[in-house]
Design a protein around this ligand. Structure first.
Ligand code: HEM
Length: 152
């Protein structure tokens, strides 16, 4: 097994945990919380998922950047949108940036208010669904690499 294959396996394991966890949150936990108008299950999931979800995202970032270098896409060329593989990497990094903004907004602003105010649930649902959709987009973008990338 060569380096890129091992990195890809770790990357896929990270994607499984991250995307799987967020789909579960969106289609199982969130509808239940919405129906019962009780946020306890949401907080229980958040606190139990965090220890595996955040490392999974970190693993995807580290392995993704290393794979990008192995594809000759270096930091100096990021966001140029000039070659097909670099375009995929740049789009993934933009997605990652927006994902981190949503996650920070949820942790710092929405979740603390949701504890005492159920009316923040639609805003939290918007955050959860946005993170889930962005993550699926990142997965789809990743699948383009083996087909040569994206030409804009
Ligand atoms: C939520 C975050 C992410 C998800 C869900 C994700 C998902 C995936 C998936 C499923 C693949 C496999 C495609 C295939 O085998 O055909 C892939 C490949 C790839 N990803 Fe990601 N990824 C994420 C973040 C990142 C980041 C942050 C980077 C780099 C900055 C990155 C760089 C790459 C590269 C270079 C490949 C190509 C590997 C190859 O086919 O040899 N990914 N990604």
């Amino acid at each position: 097994m060569n380096e890129i294959h091992l990195l890809l396996l770790l990357h896929l394991l990270g994607a499984t945990i991250w995307v799987g966890g967020h789909i579960l949150l969106s289609v199982i936990i969130l509808p239940q919380v919405w129906k019962e108008k009780s946020v306890e299950k949401l907080f229980a999931f958040e606190s139990r998922y965090e220890w595996i979800g955040m490392p999974a995202l970190a693993v995807m970032l580290i392995t993704g950047v290393r794979m990008a270098y192995l594809y000759n896409v270096r930091i100096t060329t990021w966001f140029a949108f000039k070659t097909p593989i670099e375009t995929v990497i740049s789009l993934k990094l933009l997605c990652l940036f927006s994902l981190v903004l949503f996650a920070l907004s949820a942790q710092c602003f929405v979740l603390p208010r949701l504890k005492t105010n159920i009316e923040k649930l639609p805003l939290m649902a918007f955050h959860i669904l946005s993170v889930t959709c962005i993550s699926i987009v990142m997965l789809v973008l990743g699948s383009f690499v083996r087909y040569g990338g994206i030409s804009l």
